[in-house]
Design a protein around this ligand. Structure first.
Ligand SMILES: Cc1cc2nc3c(=O)[nH]c(=O)nc-3n(C[C@H](O)[C@H](O)[C@H](O)COP(=O)(O)OP(=O)(O)OC[C@H]3O[C@@H](n4cnc5c(N)ncnc54)[C@H](O)[C@@H]3O)c2cc1C
Length: 294
């Protein structure tokens, strides 16, 4: 384990001041499920770390899930368990609730937070595809200011969070799904328990009254450095009624784009059919309400 100074700040402004003063030598501690493992393994990412700032003094403020009209505001310190069990998330963002329900184990879900999942920036993070599919925004606190950013713009080309010195995340604002929208989240893990995802897919389909798809969001996880919407497949779905053939073509398109962008790797022989099958399953589930098995 690395040596570092552990600080509990008095208020959120002091957190920003400390991050600014110790830029490149400091980080936030949320649930610690990623950070402590990385520190224990002496990850190169933290080779220069001197200061760890604990967010828990602000738990009450940063663990709320609120209905703010057309969106939900989810505090950065909300754990996966809190999100999974939230009435509001279940009602308005069922795909996020499902994603949080399959993170790791009960212990990991009780400690790990949504802010940590997003800021750790792993493309294998389960809540990321649903948040990106729903167009989530981040609330960011900096030295003397607050700003918002789209989660889809939050990572640089290397897949690292775009936070300026002094900045940290306080909450996520995620639009509520409308009655005309149906969603799904499916995950393929290595084992049933404690499984970091091998592949995930989040889907949101917005249906017109005549049964055609008005808008689609298709977001695979674990397929590249950055989690993002697969727009070509989405466009294939728009204006069409779901059918076996349409779903098969859209799924094949996602896999084609994954291979075109990431190239063939040792895992492609496995990922190619698995991703096609998973996208088909997610689209079937969102289209027909078929049960999306894990
Ligand atoms: C055994 C095991 C199994 C796991 N299984 C899964 C799984 O199945 N699915 C899955 O998605 N994840 C899994 N994880 C990963 C992990 O639990 C999640 O990513 C978790 O949500 C991280 O949240 P945390 O609060 O613990 O983050 P922390 O470890 O506290 O922080 C992670 C990173 O984010 C930064 N950070 C945290 N909060 C903020 C903030 N508000 N602003 C700016 N930076 C911040 C920290 O500085 C650190 O760099 C697993 C982890 C373990 C150890």
């Amino acid at each position: 384990m690395r040596n570092f100074t552990f600080i509990k700040a008095q208020d959120l402004e002091e957190v920003s001041q400390l991050l600014f003063a110790h830029h490149e030598h400091s980080c936030i501690l949320a649930g610690g499920t990623d950070l402590l493992v990385q520190l224990h393994e002496k990850s190169k990412r933290w080779a220069e770390l001197d200061v760890v700032i604990d967010l828990h003094p602000f738990q009450a403020e940063l663990s709320q899930i609120e209905d703010i009209g057309s969106a939900l505001r989810i505090g950065t310190l909300c754990t996966h368990t809190e999100i999974e069990r939230s009435f509001l998330v279940n009602r308005y963002l069922p795909l996020l609730s499902k994603a949080c329900s399959v993170v790791g184990s009960p212990q990991i879900r009780n400690m790990g937070t949504v802010g940590g999942a997003v800021c750790n920036a792993s493309p294998a993070s389960d809540p990321l595809p649903p948040l990106i599919a729903a167009g989530a925004e981040l609330a960011i606190h900096g030295c003397g200011y607050r700003r918002k950013a789209l989660l889809s713009d939050f990572y640089d080309d290397m897949g690292m969070p775009k936070l300026e010195p002094g900045e940290f995340v306080t909450a996520f604002e995620v639009r509520k799904l409308q009655p005309s929208e149906r969603s799904s989240f499916v995950k393929l893990g290595r084992r049933k328990a404690l499984a970091i995802s091998r592949l995930t897919v989040a889907v949101i389909l917005d249906f017109q009254k005549d049964g055609t798809i008005r808008e689609a969001a298709v977001v695979p996880g674990c397929v590249g450095r950055r989690v993002k919407r697969y727009r070509q497949a989405e466009l294939m779905l728009c204006g069409q009624r779901p059918s076996e053939a349409l779903i098969a073509s859209a799924a094949a398109q996602v896999t084609e784009q994954m291979l075109a962008e990431n190239g063939r790797r040792w895992s492609s022989a496995y990922k190619e059919p698995a991703l096609t099958a998973l996208v088909e399953r997610a689209l079937n589930s969102a289209s027909y309400g078929a049960e999306d098995r894990l």
